[in-house]
Design a protein around this ligand. Structure first.
Ligand SMILES: [Zn+2]
Length: 359
């Protein structure tokens, strides 16, 4: 009898409770997957300094295709167009449609409205900044592409919302479009120029200065405090490598290094930034940048510590992404505390202003 009861309970669990757990896990995974970080941003510390580059360069770009049709009415100047490389083919679209699609692809739509607006301003600013740099060698016919490791992720909301959000597609498309519309034409500037408005999922208490991660000192990408980042599901992580596996990964890349003896002797001269991220360290006598270690071992961030046993090496990371610029979970936390998108943007991008594209 007892066994029968147990079986009944087991069947009930398998049929009703377990699928719920699985669904929760899937939703969780999906939410995580939409968090991307601009990783390999090419930072030029001197974006073109010519005056009036925002609106001017937008027009310049349009010249490629319609130089002779300059009747292209002034009245449409409001509807700024942007060339975007989507799945490798170049498309021209309204800037605000691009912004909405970039927000959709880069930040969970469940985030508070002010955080989504801050993301919209960052995405728009980044596009205008890219335009100010002139032709991109990777995609010379488009200002930005949809590769998040190069520019920013993008999803065409007219066709991709269903796949991205399922039953929430209508509601979240509207929420994301509203974030773009409510901030239409607003960009972040430093000294009157559009900034490289980079962002990441979560930092560890403090964002990283650009100089600590990429080596170029960019005044508006300094290290600032960031709260609430630990709400990011990937905030804390540990990755362990067997010593032989670790040795193989290192030797494939650096054949002349010395990894003999116990793992605890392999790591020396660990240097950290003021935000606590590893800027450089020596492994087997070879000096590596923190970003190189991150790439080599696919770590969530450069904010890592190393612990060893006689047979293994463990990296423990905090934060997710390069740590520079706006923290998306930090933005979420500020929005939940009642801060506006202006507060968020101006907090993460030091000494900047919010300006109109056309001004
Ligand atoms: Zn690109």
């Amino acid at each position: 009898m007892k066994r029968l009861l147990f079986l009944c309970v087991l069947v009930l669990f398998l049929v009703y409770i377990a699928p719920l757990g699985f669904q929760f896990y899937r939703n969780h995974q999906e939410a995580e997957q939409t968090i991307h970080t601009v990783q390999n941003v090419e930072i030029t510390s001197e974006p073109q300094t010519s005056e009036g580059e925002n609106a001017e360069s937008e027009d310049k770009n349009a010249e490629n295709t319609s130089q002779d049709e300059n009747s292209a009415d002034e009245s449409e100047a409001q509807d700024t167009l942007l060339t975007v490389s989507v799945d490798g083919s170049v498309r021209e679209m309204a800037l605000e449609d691009y912004v909405a699609g970039a927000v959709a692809a880069e930040m969970p739509a469940s985030f508070p409205e002010e955080a989504l607006k801050a993301q919209a301003v960052a995405a728009r600013t980044y596009a205008v900044y890219k335009q100010s740099l002139g032709k991109d060698e990777t995609h010379p016919d488009a200002v930005v592409c949809d590769d998040y490791t190069h520019c920013a992720a993008f999803v065409d909301l007219d066709h991709g919302a269903q796949e991205l959000w399922g039953k929430n597609a209508d509601e979240w498309s509207e929420k994301v479009r509203n974030a773009a519309q409510a901030t239409a034409g607003k960009i972040v500037t430093y000294d009157g120029q559009p900034i490289a408005a980079v962002f990441h999922a979560a930092s560890a208490d403090q964002t990283e200065a650009a100089v600590s991660v990429w080596g170029s000192d960019i005044p508006y990408l300094s290290s600032v405090e960031s709260d609430g980042d630990d709400a990011c599901p990937k905030y804390d992580a540990s990755v362990t490598f067997g010593s032989e596996e670790f040795r193989q990964i290192m030797l494939t890349q650096y054949p002349d290094i010395n990894l003999t003896g116990l793992p605890k002797t392999w790591f020396t001269d660990i240097q950290s930034s003021e935000a606590g991220g590893v800027t450089a360290c020596k492994i087997g006598g070879k000096e590596l940048k923190g970003t190189e270690v991150r790439t080599l071992f696919e770590l969530n961030s450069t904010h890592f510590t190393i612990s060893t046993t006689d047979t293994s090496i463990t990296f423990h990371t905090e934060g997710y992404g390069h740590g520079v610029g706006m923290s998306q979970y930090g933005a979420k936390s500020m929005a939940e505390d009642g801060k506006s998108y202006e507060d968020i943007v101006l907090h993460y991008y030091t000494d900047t202003e919010i300006s109109d594209i056309t001004s």
